[in-house]
Design a protein around this ligand. Structure first.
Ligand code: SPD
Length: 283
């Protein structure tokens, strides 16, 4: 069967690589105050959210990204009560954080209100998170919000797009310094930190930068076919605990509907292939 409509991702094209997804139809297209927002119905991956030409979410595999962004820090913290998502206006990371009974307040700071509205309309299974009474929404700049909220959060997930466009402010050193201050004394943050295949130098820079800021830093990854190179990683930035110290303290069993995360994957996700370990950690 020859598909005639293709979406070509506009992220790595200058490097000579492109991810293409066959689509059935475009469901939404709009220009928000910050970016181009598009939703497609794809041939085999369900609905797909695209910001400025870059794939953010597909119904097919977003669980791999959101579960690992949220459950790794949550399972590494002894008792996470107040949590925050920066970005993540689709609601996917928030939904995972809300699976914990220990969570009393779940904040989200998303700069683009249109992303939240579009997700409510086209991705209700993610955006259902916004209906939870523990959720508090701040529409605004994550970098500013972080400065205004010090020693507040047990877990912070920075679910950003790539470091070009509106998410550019979510990668420099001063932003990470603000994350460190916004976390409680034993708080843990995870931040979207790109692909170990395609962005080694960038990840190495982040890793070295964050070692100066946090008591514990590491890099771990998930496998996700609709992001460039089929994998994306996260910086693990912690004011006290490493990722294994509080693991297996029973909270996994209160969480329903996990499709990717489990305690073995948690441990394995920090084990980097030789080329990536060398490039990112220098050993
Ligand atoms: N290259 C795309 C990286 C996008 C990461 N964030 C996506 C937001 C999903 N909640």
């Amino acid at each position: 069967l020859a598909h005639t409509l293709w979406f070509n991702e506009n992220f790595e094209t200058d490097k000579g690589r492109m991810l293409s997804i066959a689509i059935k139809e475009q469901l939404y297209s709009g220009r928000s105050k910050y970016q181009q927002v598009d939703v497609y119905d794809t041939v085999s991956l369900g609905r797909m959210l695209v910001l400025d030409g870059v794939i953010m979410v597909t119904e097919f595999d977003n669980f791999a990204y959101h579960e690992m962004m949220a459950h790794v820090p949550m399972q590494s913290h002894p008792n996470p009560k107040k949590v925050l998502v920066i970005g993540g206006g689709d609601g996917g990371a928030l939904k995972e954080l809300l699976k914990y009974k220990s969570v009393e307040e779940a904040w989200i700071c998303e700069i683009d209100e249109d992303v939240i509205e579009v997700s409510k309309q086209f991705f209700p299974s993610l955006a259902e998170a916004f209906d939870d009474s523990r959720v508090k929404i701040n529409v605004g700049d994550g970098a500013v919000f972080m400065k205004e909220n010090q020693k507040q959060f047990d877990v912070i997930c920075v679910d950003s797009s790539d470091p070009i466009g509106p998410a550019e402010v979510l990668f420099p050193k001063d932003f990470y310094q603000d994350i460190q201050k916004a976390l409680t004394e034993d708080g843990i943050a995870t931040t979207q930190s790109e692909s170990m295949y395609y962005h080694k130098e960038f990840i190495n820079k982040l890793y070295l930068q964050n070692k100066d800021i946090f008591a514990y830093v590491d890099y771990y990854y998930t496998l996700i076919p609709t992001y460039p190179s089929g994998t994306i990683g996260y910086s693990f930035c912690s004011n006290k605990y490493g990722p294994m110290e509080n693991l297996n303290k029973s909270r996994t069993f209160e969480i329903k509907e996990l499709s990717y995360y489990n305690d073995e994957v948690h441990k394995a996700s920090f084990v980097l292939p030789g080329f990536a370990r060398k490039a990112i950690k220098g050993k």
